[in-house]
Design a protein around this ligand. Structure first.
Ligand SMILES: NC(=O)C1=CN([C@@H]2O[C@H](COP(=O)(O)OP(=O)(O)OC[C@H]3O[C@@H](n4cnc5c(N)ncnc54)[C@H](O)[C@@H]3O)[C@@H](O)[C@H]2O)[C@H](O)CC1
Ligand SMILES: [K+]
Length: 233
């Protein structure tokens, strides 16, 4: 019997970011557990839809926050399932903290190839070469933590991802897309598909948003039914 999860209505950025705190404070459910469910769910979705021809080489593009951490979890599961996977963290190592740091350490000890690319002004040709070597890109750069227009290094990375011509799986929200308005802040990843956690975001239904989200799949991250029912349709 396939479970019929409680259908949650689309959530605002604020609502979905409050879920982490509620899960921890009210239910004692650690954010690392939510991250594990998010990353494993993303890995399972991708493997089911893209894992046939190949196995394709996957490059996970990570930012310094929990969106990057989700990418780290996904990479560990793909590696365990036999996919050639590596990661590039676009942040100085010292800025990778909290749950994302935990994933960095696990990946390091697991011998999964990862590199830090902390350049404030990355060379576009170097980015093109990095992305040309992969069959798929996973966008774990920015999620609901997006708080200002994408500029500088992240802009260069998003533009290089988009011009690479590679299919992109976005984690939670395509990097650069405002989760409430569905508009790009400066620039946004144009994904083949977006695996979004817990619920669709308001902005996904905005006209034009599908050019960035691609196909949308909602991944259940293990929140208790009592919490989900507060946001039921
Ligand atoms: N409850 C859930 O849905 C869960 C979500 N998870 C994942 O966590 C991210 C949100 O993580 P957070 O650390 O808050 O932020 P991000 O990783 O999105 O962003 C990282 C960091 O980047 C900085 N930043 C903001 N805007 C910019 C910008 N324009 N340029 C450069 N840097 C920027 C800011 O400091 C952010 O903190 C969510 O999307 C999910 O993927 C959990 O893992 C599971 C539960
Ligand atoms: K993302």
């Amino acid at each position: 019997m396939s479970p019929s999860p409680i259908e949650i209505r689309p959530l605002s950025r604020e609502e979905v970011r409050s879920l982490d705190a509620l899960a921890a404070d009210e239910f004692g459910l650690s954010t690392l557990v939510l991250m594990e469910n998010a990353g494993r769910g993303a890995a399972a979705y991708w493997a089911e839809t893209a894992g046939d021809a190949g196995p394709p080489k996957v490059l996970v593009v990570c930012g310094p926050g929990n969106n990057g951490g989700d990418g780290g979890v996904m990479a560990r599961h793909l590696d365990a399932w036999g996919f050639p996977v590596s990661l590039a963290w676009f942040a100085p190592p010292e800025s990778i903290r909290g749950d994302a740091r935990v994933q960095w350490e696990i990946l390091d000890r697991s011998g999964i190839p990862q590199q830090a690319r902390p350049d404030a002004e990355p060379d576009p040709a170097a980015l093109d070469a990095l992305f040309a070597d992969a069959d798929w890109l996973v966008d774990g750069l920015l999620g609901t933590g997006l708080a200002r227009p994408v500029a500088g290094a992240f802009r260069a990375v998003v533009e290089a991802m988009n011009r690479s011509g590679k299919p992109i799986l976005a984690l939670d929200v395509p990097s650069g897309l405002d989760a409430d308005s569905g508009e790009p802040l400066g620039v946004a990843v144009r994904a083949r598909a977006t695996v979004t956690f817990a619920a669709r975001k308001f902005g996904f239904d905005a006209p034009g948003a599908s050019a960035y989200t691609g196909e949308i799949a909602v991944v259940d991250i293990g929140l208790p039914g009592k919490l989900l029912r507060r946001f039921a349709r």
